[in-house]
Design a binder for this molecule. Structure first.
Ligand SMILES: N[C@@H](CCC(=O)N[C@@H](CS)C(=O)NCC(=O)O)C(=O)O
Length: 107
């Protein structure tokens, strides 16, 4: 392993988002007036997926996002990899890439 690889690991690179077999295992944390959220929601519509939305203007959803994902930033895709065990995917571009890549398997 090179020094460069070791340093990347030391920075705590995030593991890849887990692949799941149903859109019902996903939830999008989002809120109104967020252009990044709107971009993700546009792609969800385009792909004809039905993904639950959690509005972080509601305190219980904001609290769940911060407790699970560690940041208040939206959009964030919650992926249920095992019952009750979640992976939190931030960044609209990464969420969109994940949905496009796995759309067929999710339907
Ligand atoms: N690079 C991020 C930017 C997302 C972003 O800036 N979201 C804003 C809302 S539009 C946000 O949540 N800011 C942090 C905050 O309000 O606490 C992405 O593309 O998803």
């Amino acid at each position: 392993m090179s020094l460069f690889d070791w340093m990347k690991g030391a920075e705590g690179e995030q593991s890849p988002a887990p692949v799941v077999d149903s859109q019902h295992k996903l939830a999008l944390y989002q809120r109104a007036w967020c252009p990044y959220c709107d971009r993700v929601k546009g792609v969800i519509n385009e792909l004809d997926l039905a993904i639950a939305e959690c509005d972080t203007n509601q305190p219980e959803h904001l609290q769940a996002l911060m407790a699970g994902g560690g940041q208040r930033m939206v959009p964030c895709l919650r992926i249920e990899q095992e019952p009750g065990q979640y992976f939190w995917l931030y960044e609209s571009a990464d969420i969109i890439a994940y949905l496009r890549q796995h759309a067929e398997a999710l339907r």
